[in-house]
Ligand binder design. Sequence first.
Ligand SMILES: C[S@@+](CC[C@H](N)C(=O)[O-])C[C@H]1O[C@@H](n2cnc3c(N)ncnc32)[C@H](O)[C@@H]1O
Length: 277
Amino acid sequence: MLSYRHSYHAGNHADVLKHIVLVEILEHLTKKNKPFDYIDTHAGAGLYNLQNTHATKLKEYEGGIAKLKPAEWPELQKYLSIVEQYNPHSALQYYPGSPLFALNYMRGKDRSWLYELHPNDYLLLENNTAKMKSVRVMQTDGFKGLLSLLPPASKRALVLIDPSYEIKTDYQLVVDTLISAYKKFPTAVYALWYPVVDRKQIDALQRGFIRSGMKNVQQYELAIATDQYGTGMSASGMIVINPPWTLMDKLQLVLPKLVEQLGGEGAFFKNDQLVGE
Ligand SMILES: C[S@@+](CC[C@H](N)C(=O)[O-])C[C@H]1O[C@@H](n2cnc3c(N)ncnc32)[C@H](O)[C@@H]1O
């Protein structure tokens, strides 16, 4: 039984990085009129109340979204305006999860596939997306679900893989799943989130992609402290396969400023072309 609940962590520095990358990709994909499929293999609950007992226990959002003031961040206007939509009375109370960021961009012709295994979060996700069209919410394994959907009829897709890594084999499973997905459908935009709790795991993850035969793989990382071991997550990152050409420039602009605003001593960032085009 999985025990991870994203409601304890919503809006933290890792969510900020993940959702900035997600929004930038969605901006790019929706510039074209052609339909696309959004596949979220680990969707979470969809919307998080930052004033409930889960979020206020750790108050991780205070080191993330709560620090980003729209007036200081013209570069993040799109991302912050979506957060604002869920907080119409200006005080920060709700933080949207990846499905709601994506659904903000979905047009009538686009389709969304959301996977969530946790029974409570699955029900919340169903509720939080009930009024939206062309959305399918499934309480089944997202890794397997993804492979069953590829290639999509639209021939365009954005895939977000955002596990909690509660099961240590997930570090290898994400690489294996992405290799299989890429073989079935090499032109999708694939975005994978990872936490840095033990740098050796991420070194192995990177090697997995470098050896995979995939082309055009970028890596972005936001570290709020120097690497540590045994004291939790000091950084998180995104691996993006087939990124939009705008992504590197955007992150180059935003990451140093995020490090300054969200990071402590020893904070740093990475924006690397891990595998060339
Ligand atoms: C990090 S959270 C997702 C957060 C969400 N993507 C967001 O950005 O708002 C990971 C979620 O994956 C769910 N989960 C874990 N293993 C899964 C699996 N194999 N398939 C589908 N969901 C899974 C967990 O219950 C948890 O809610």
